[in-house]
Design a protein around this ligand. Structure first.
Ligand code: HEC
Length: 154
């Protein structure tokens, strides 16, 4: 019995060490380049600052990685969020969205933020700086709704 337990522990340790050699590619581009939301739409400084601190890690081309992202399997889990988040909504590529998609995404931004579904709860546990106040939520959702209205009336 003891022997099996020891073998299992050694197996786990070997797997953990081996896992360190399999790193996910990093999302290390430019958040606010020529295709970003701010390049084609008005984004007031206050809104931009909130998006940068609370959303860009998963919804832009530039993630600020914490040290533990270098430890697998934590890094894999983190990469999964970044990949999925960017696929759903990427503020760095927002200029490429057609008007219908842009409007839909902006409405979702207002909804998700107002219902406190974004930023993700698990993320907020480790990123206190990303917590949104009621004023932050009001500012972001008003901006998103107003921009969506304007794009729709074009
Ligand atoms: C830790 C990563 C992370 C952060 C930070 C984050 N999101 Fe997300 N977001 C995701 C993931 C993953 C999804 C897709 C799965 C889901 O909906 O839960 C998503 C989905 C969304 C969607 C849905 C898109 C659609 O078309 O339905 C919106 C809108 C959104 N996020 C807005 C935001 C906003 C605004 C912020 C900042 C206030 C933010 N998110 C912060 C990871 C994140």
């Amino acid at each position: 019995m003891m022997k099996i337990t020891r073998l299992a522990l050694v197996g786990l340790l070997v797997a953990f060490v081996a896992a360190q050699f399999f790193r996910s590619p990093r999302n290390a581009g430019t958040a606010e380049g020529p295709s970003s939301v701010g390049a084609v739409h008005p984004v007031p400084a206050g809104v931009r600052q909130i998006l940068a601190r609370a959303c860009y890690d998963c919804h832009s081309n530039a993630t600020r990685y914490p040290w533990y992202a270098a430890v697998q399997p934590v890094g894999w889990g983190l990469n999964h969020h970044v990949t999925e988040g960017r696929r759903e909504l990427n503020f760095s590529e927002f200029a490429a969205y057609d008007a219908r998609r842009a409007v839909r995404k902006l409405r979702h931004v207002a909804d998700e933020v107002s219902e406190r579904k974004m930023p993700l709860k698990s993320y907020l546990l480790l990123h206190r700086e990303a917590r949104l106040t009621a004023a932050d939520i009001a500012l972001v959702s008003r901006w998103a709704e107003e921009l969506a209205d304007r794009l729709e009336s074009r």
